[in-house]
Design a protein around this ligand. Structure first.
Ligand code: GRF
Length: 221
């Protein structure tokens, strides 16, 4: 394992429960990372309080104060780069990003999306999964590309839907899994086990022909 902690910046827009899972994993010695800063595009969100409680530097860049997506992204990029992160972690960051921004962090920016991508890109994934009557649902960790929720997939946690599932129960079940698998993937980066080259993800130098899966609390490659 690397002895130096992976320097990360986490971007949020809301509750920050994934951020909390990372903070906890670091405290528990399961994640060898240092969160240099948490940046939110919305003021006064719970995720900022969580960061402050953990003694992490926070910044708010309120997107409503910018005339264009480009201007906002440029400011965000400047702020992120001040911290020189090795990895940018999107954790419930509800913004569509410009190509410039995505290109700047190519291969070093991860996102979590609450569906088994490529199914259900975009919003309201749990309702859409229920409406479609799928047997399985889940959450994906992926590198970020120019396509919305479309970058190379790393790891997906999969659940079987129950008859009794509704949006609330799915939200809770999926969140619980996000909190396990997102810190796990970041730890792979910290250990230099994960990389993406020409849109192909490699784990331990092996090309992943399909995303790694987390099923019933076990990693399946
Ligand atoms: C998560 O469900 C994540 O999949 C999605 O946004 C939500 C963020 O939750 N991208 P939180 O702010 O980490 O609690």
């Amino acid at each position: 394992m690397n002895t130096t902690a992976l320097n990360i910046v986490v971007l949020i827009s809301g509750s920050g429960s994934n951020l909390q899972a990372m903070i906890d994993a670091i405290e528990q010695g399961q994640l060898n990372a240092k969160i240099s800063a948490v940046i939110s595009n919305r003021p006064n969100v719970k995720g900022l309080q969580r960061a402050e409680a953990a003694g992490i530097t926070t910044h708010v860049i309120d997107h409503t104060e910018y005339d264009s997506r480009e201007a906002f992204d440029q400011q965000l990029m400047q702020m992120i780069d001040q911290h020189q992160p090795q990895l940018v972690v999107l954790a419930g960051f509800m913004r569509i990003l410009t190509d410039d921004f995505v290109g700047h962090y190519a291969g070093r920016m991860l996102n979590v999306h609450p569906s088994l991508l490529p199914e259900f890109r975009g919003l309201n994934t749990h309702q859409r999964a229920l409406d479609a009557g799928v047997a399985q649902h889940g959450v994906s960790i992926h590198y970020v590309s120019n396509e919305l929720d479309g970058g190379p997939l790393v790891l997906q946690a999969v659940i079987d839907l129950n008859q009794s599932d509704n949006v609330e129960s799915l939200k809770e079940r999926i969140h619980r899994l996000e909190h396990i698998i997102y810190p796990m993937v970041i730890q792979w980066v910290a250990e230099n086990r994960l990389e993406v080259i020409n849109q192909q993800v490699y784990l331990d130098k092996q090309a992943l022909t399909s995303p790694a899966k987390w099923i019933d609390n076990q990693l399946v490659l």
